[in-house]
Design a protein around this ligand. Structure first.
Ligand code: SF4
Ligand code: SF4
Length: 470
């Protein structure tokens, strides 16, 4: 045999990811499950219902991108209000830091859309196909008319729900009643159809198929949340000191005599876990903090007549130092969380004050650069100004314009400008300074426009400008 190296290289192909078995979470009832469903109802009633709520003759919450206006109940936001969007993002980030530092992955476990829709889709699946063992058996069985019927019904309901979710989502950008009418008339726009299908497909794919994979591999929040954790953050923990050594036993047996801890090793905490992990292996990045394993284990403890809480909300410090619940609550008020809370409250209060004290009128005044200054027929010096007005309220308002800042300054003719509710108006105004006053002045002089509401004169907005003298 020749010792010459083979001309063909052997390539070992390494898979980029490990195929994982499908997770079949077992149905569970209990205290925390009731809270989870409470949040499912709350978030979905708000999401599906809010877009149908009328307000001042329009939709209460509408992000009208075409008109470049956001309506939030009485509030009308313009592109000039982008700062509020930035503040909202900062507040959301602060709230997330605060809640995560105090109570871990509360957002993931109870209110994240991925969790909520997975819960709803799973409920439909369980309703049609049965609980964990029945679903596993059905998936393993060959295709029969009965299996085909169940699968078709499940996917039909998923698709209907996904499309309704897509329509609701788009209904926050196009008035939902108009959208419904367009859908009935088959006259929907291409972009509306695209976004309904896109959002619907994302819901169907994420909640129906990706499920825990989304939390484990795609969501970035799961990756960086541990930076926000510390030893006093509430996490879901298995009490190893109490539970180990694990092992089966009869209810009547004395576990201590048998050298066993309280964990009967039934595996139910693993079967109910939507991400398929075993919390007894310690805190893992895959744990979304849903607390299903707490409910499951508490039921087992009840059956065994053992105290509840073998799996429970606790903290690293509490487990290591044997701290009680009072001490855990006390430690929630630590410097880090107090700083987050203080910044959050101050920023929220300042934003609320700023929003409620917004002037009803926004004015932008630009001097006509094509006409620097000119001499009017009466010998006075005249400048031309363009006014851009935005009415931040929803009632039509009329404003009387006046000007001050130089002796003898006055408008070319009286001006009253009407601005429609949540609308904009433009006006061109001539301003004059008498010849006797203009003689002694040169260059750009600061002046001030005042716009007083005709119906409520004390409601006025002032805006500076420059009057140009030769
Ligand atoms: S449910 Fe409780 S008793 Fe059963 S395996 Fe899990 S930790 Fe042990
Ligand atoms: S380990 Fe428990 S809390 Fe974490 S995801 Fe699984 S069931 Fe939910």
């Amino acid at each position: 045999m020749s010792d010459k190296p083979s001309p063909h290289r052997v390539i070992n192909i390494q898979p980029l990811f490990k195929a994982e078995p499908k997770v079949y979470p077992r149905t569970i009832a209990g205290f925390f499950q009731r809270w989870r469903w409470g949040f499912v109802w709350l978030t979905q009633i708000i999401f599906y219902g809010l877009c149908w709520l009328p307000w001042n003759g329009r939709q209460a919450v509408l992000f009208d991108l075409d008109a470049r206006r956001f309506y939030l109940f009485d509030l009308v936001l313009w592109p000039q209000d982008t700062i509020y969007l930035a503040i909202l993002l900062v507040l959301s980030a602060l709230a997330l830091f605060l809640f995560t530092a105090v109570a871990g992955r509360l957002w993931c476990g109870y209110t994240c859309p991925q969790t909520v829709y997975t819960e709803i889709f799973l409920w439909i699946e369980q309703w049609i196909e049965g609980d964990r063992p029945a679903r596993m058996k059905l998936d393993a069985a060959p295709m029969t008319p009965s299996k085909l019927g169940k699968k078709s019904l499940k996917h039909t309901l998923w698709i209907v729900l996904s499309l309704w979710t897509g329509i609701t989502f788009v209904g926050y950008f196009t008035p939902i009643r108009d959208l419904g009418h367009e859908a009935l008339m088959l006259s929907m726009g291409v972009s509306e159809i695209f976004w309904i299908l896109f959002y619907g497909a994302a819901t169907y794919g994420n909640a129906g198929f990706l499920r825990e994979q989304m939390c484990k591999y795609i969501c970035p929040y799961a990756r960086f949340q541990f930076v926000m954790f510390d030893s006093d953050t509430l996490i879901i923990t298995y009490d190893e000191a109490r539970g180990d050594p694990r092992g089966g036993r009869s209810k009547k047996a004395d576990a201590r005599e048998q050298g066993l801890g309280d964990c009967v090793d039934c595996g139910i905490c693993v079967q109910v876990c939507p991400t398929g992990i075993d919390i007894r292996d310690g805190l893992q990045v895959e744990c979304i903090g849903c607390a299903a394993c707490i409910d499951a284990c508490d039921q087992v403890m009840d059956k065994m007549d053992y105290p509840r809480g073998l799996i429970r909300y606790s903290t690293e410090n509490a487990l290591q130092q044997g701290l009680g619940s009072k001490e855990i609550v006390k430690r929630a008020f630590r410097p880090r969380t107090l700083v987050y809370s203080a910044v959050f409250l101050v920023l929220s209060a300042a934003t609320a004050w700023s929003l409620t004290h917004r002037p009803p009128l926004r004015v932008d005044i630009v001097r006509d650069r094509g006409v620097m200054s000119r001499e009017a027929e009466d010998g006075s010096i005249e400048n031309v100004f363009h006014l851009q007005l935005i009415n931040t309220t929803e009632a039509t308002r009329r404003y009387e314009v006046s000007v001050s800042g130089i002796d003898g300054i006055h408008l070319g003719q009286p001006a009253i400008v009407s601005v429609p509710g949540a609308g904009a108006a433009a006006a061109t105004i001539t301003v004059r300074v008498g010849a006797e006053n203009a003689e002694t002045l040169h260059g750009a002089r600061p002046i001030r426009f005042t716009l007083a509401d005709v119906a409520t004169p004390e409601l006025r907005v002032e805006e500076p400008a420059k009057f140009w003298l030769p």
